[in-house]
Design a protein around this ligand. Structure first.
Ligand SMILES: [Zn+2]
Length: 320
């Protein structure tokens, strides 16, 4: 009988709990919205989602893996700090172990998604791989020589917070100025469009309320040839390419997979950004890093969390 593992992708507004088989396929799923960030409330909602997926499988569930935003103490399964949830030393792993009576492995959500995409998505067959998720922020992780890079305290892979424009950039959620995330996330695309409003006072993009402007509308406008959309898209592509070229300089990966909402633009994004990245690549041969759309979409986190649980940690040996 195939072993079944539960992978949980915990986000600030949503949780996905999935039963994942050995081949990385989701065989059952349960999802819940999260409105209240109080720790006990989140545990209750996560517990309800796990109860639902356990009920849907006849197999015994051996382990649970959970990816959570924030800085994780992998040895204890505690969330040392999560800006999303405003948690400090929250005993996430211990609470779920108590609730379900099985082994629970906890890791950072973006690193779990990287492990999932590396093992079962576009990273398959590579040894040096990077995932970047272009959503509200930029999450991701690095695989080098076939292992997920954790760093000394588990903080490696915070690619979104390397600075592109330290003096004249957008303010980042982390407090610094001009982070890659502030410029090249979905929110970054919106900020580029808003910054350009004075040049396009009659733009259809801002005929509604500015706070309602979404990254998809901007991308669609650019695809349709709208001047404001194209100008914002060009700035966005420049900043994304700069960051990707930096990643290539740091890591020299074989493949960079782009996930998240903006990456759903597919060829419209890749055809624009790849030549810019190549032009900015200097110290390794140009054009040798494949830049592709991620394959697992929003399931990467749960699949990766299950993979982590099976391995006993994000990287092997299990000194997570
Ligand atoms: Zn930042």
């Amino acid at each position: 009988m195939a072993r079944k593992t539960i992978g949980i992708d915990l986000g600030g507004s949503h949780v996905l709990a999935a039963v994942v088989d050995d081949a990385g396929a989701i065989v059952a799923r349960a999802e819940r919205d999260i409105a209240d960030h109080d720790f006990e409330s989140v545990i209750k909602i996560v517990g309800a989602a796990v109860d639902e997926v356990i009920a849907s499988t006849k197999d015994k569930v051996e382990t649970i893996g959970i990816g959570s935003p924030g800085d994780i103490d992998a040895a204890t399964g505690a969330v040392r700090y999560s800006p999303n949830f405003k948690w400090h030393d929250a005993p996430l792993g211990a609470s779920l172990t108590e609730r379900f009576g099985c082994k629970v492995v906890v890791g950072n959500d973006a690193r779990c998604a990287t492990l999932g995409e590396y093992t079962f998505g576009t990273g398959r067959g590579t040894r040096d791989f990077v995932l970047l998720t272009l959503g509200t922020g930029i999450g991701g992780g690095i695989v080098a020589a076939g292992e997920l890079v954790r760093g000394n305290l588990g903080g490696a892979g915070e690619i979104g917070h390397h600075q592109l424009r330290a003096t004249d950039g957008f303010i980042c959620g982390c407090g610094k100025t001009g982070c890659f995330e502030a410029h090249a996330s979905g929110l970054g695309l919106i900020r580029h469009a808003l910054a350009l409003v004075p040049s396009f006072p009659r733009s259809a993009l801002v005929s509604g309320k500015p706070e309602k402007l979404g990254s998809k509308a901007i991308r669609k406008a650019a695809e349709a040839g709208d001047g404001h959309g194209l100008a914002a898209w060009a700035r966005y592509i420049d900043d994304l390419a700069t960051g990707l070229a930096n990643v290539i300089a740091f890591v020299n990966p074989e493949c960079i997979a782009l996930g998240g909402g903006v990456a759903s633009a597919g060829a419209f994004l890749l055809d624009a950004v790849v030549p810019r990245v190549d032009a900015l690549t200097t110290m390794v041969p140009r054009g040798k890093t494949r830049i592709v759309a991620a394959a697992l979409g929003n399931d990467a986190g749960a699949i990766g969390a299950a993979t982590m649980a099976r391995r006993g940690g994000l990287s092997v040996p299990a000194t997570v």
